[in-house]
Design a protein around this ligand. Structure first.
Ligand code: UD1
Ligand code: UDP
Length: 371
């Protein structure tokens, strides 16, 4: 009898990191693959569903504007629990550290359904950076029966917390599977990523800086400092900033006010994944507080300045492609300026290095679920 696997996700990064696994489960007769999306994100989730071709069996559609953590959590627990009661899966699969992932694990635990955690064992050691993701991961880590750690660093973090070693496996990060697949899709059909052509023409000859930001712990002062650094950086005539702005209203309000109308700054809508991959390939430098971008940029040899106080992804920093710069505007500006002006410093960071996986993580996870 095939095993019924209920894969649950709700936000853009989870969808990106789980579509390769959903495809692998669907193609494998050992599994009866079911997919539930919470709709924690709407537009940004739908962008990934469309490009990946994943069609969910359940869509809770529960996003509300400027949702609070407690309301979101309450809606998720009851909604996901009801889907589990209907589907009665052998395994629930969750990814990463979002509210959807944490509530999926908790609702499964309440029903004594086994949980597989994809991207397990990431720890910053600080429960307020990233907030609330560090605690979400710990909750999932204490429930999961199968921990798919992307690297040996994350494996070691779980073992340090006395997680049963037999349940922890280094699988690589499925983000690299996703990146490889999307790159192959673009090679086969370049029109999938041709929507930036106008900006590419407008900024010809300039050094492109890609920016993303959205972390809750950066709301307020952190966001304002990031905007200030971007504004001062864009005052250089040799620089252009491409900034797909996250749909969170707390991000938009600050960025629209601080960066609107600046000639060298293109604030644009969130890009679908092929276009974001195109932006990564165009960029000389990425400034971000994103988790996923910290994994993709090293794989592509793009220096990345991480605008956070801590990171649960030290591998990019150890590899020399990423640097933790916090959210002080002067520091962000100084490090970006150094990389733009010091060729040797730039070259030292711009080496493709891939600590996060080989693109075969989804296949490994399938074997673990089958076993
Ligand atoms: C969430 C995750 C975070 C993850 C991020 C990825 C939690 C607590 N946070 O943060 O871990 O890094 O997603 O992007 O799980 N919105 C839209 N349309 C969208 C998406 C968001 O309008 O497609 C707006 C809505 O007003 C929504 C708000 O953004 O209420 C916040 O969304 P939410 O998922 O709660 O938080 P994120 O900051 O996106
Ligand atoms: N991404 C995207 N379009 C964008 C910005 C980001 O497709 O406009 C992708 C990016 O390639 C990465 C993921 O979204 O795979 C990261 O999502 P986000 O930064 O929202 O969340 P995090 O990774 O911090 O949880």
């Amino acid at each position: 009898m095939s095993k019924r696997i209920l894969t649950i996700f709700g936000t853009r990064p989870e969808a990106i990191k789980l579509f390769p696994l959903v495809h692998a489960l669907e193609a494998d007769a050992r599994f009866d693959s079911r997919v539930c999306v919470s709709g924690q994100h709407r537009g940004m989730l739908d962008q990934v569903l469309e490009i990946s071709g994943v069609v969910p069996h359940h869509d809770l559609d529960l996003m509300q504007p400027d949702q609070s953590l407690d309301q979101l959590t309450a809606r998720l627990i009851t909604g996901l629990g009801a889907v589990m009661d209907a589907e009665k899966p052998d395994w629930v699969v969750v990814q990463g550290d979002t509210a959807t992932a944490m509530c999926g694990a908790l609702a499964a635990y309440y029903r004594k359904i086994r949980v597989c955690h994809v991207e397990a064992g990431l720890r910053s050691g600080n429960i307020y950076h990233p907030w609330p993701e560090e605690v979400n991961r710990k909750v999932i880590g204490s429930i999961a029966a199968l921990h798919c750690a992307p690297t040996e660093v994350s494996q070691a973090a779980l073992l340090k917390e006395n997680v049963d070693p037999a349940t922890v496996h280094v699988t690589g990060n499925t983000v690299i599977d996703a990146l490889h697949r999307i790159t192959a899709k673009i090679e086969a059909d370049p029109s999938l990523a041709s929507g930036l052509a106008e900006l590419e023409e407008r900024f010809k000859g300039k050094r492109i800086i890609g920016v993303t930001t959205h972390r809750r712990e950066n709301f307020g002062g952190g966001m304002e400092a990031i905007a200030d650094a971007v504004r001062r950086l864009a005052a250089r005539p040799d620089v252009a900033v491409i900034f797909p702005v996250h749909l969170n209203p707390n991000v938009r309000a600050v960025m629209d006010g601080a960066l609107g109308g600046i000639a060298n700054v293109a604030m644009i809508e969130p890009l679908d994944y092929p276009h974001f991959a195109r932006l990564l390939s165009l960029a000389d430098l990425m400034l971000t507080d994103s988790g996923g971008v910290q994994e993709e940029a090293p794989a592509l040899g793009k220096p990345v300045l991480v605008m956070r106080e801590t990171t649960e992804r030290p591998e990019g920093i150890d590899a020399g492609t990423a640097m933790l710069v916090g959210t002080d505007a002067d520091r962000i500006l100084a490090e970006a300026t150094r990389l733009l002006d010091d060729r040797a410093a730039y070259e030292a960071m711009a080496r493709a290095h891939n600590p996060f996986g080989d693109g075969h993580s989804a296949a490994r996870i399938c074997e673990l679920l089958a076993g």
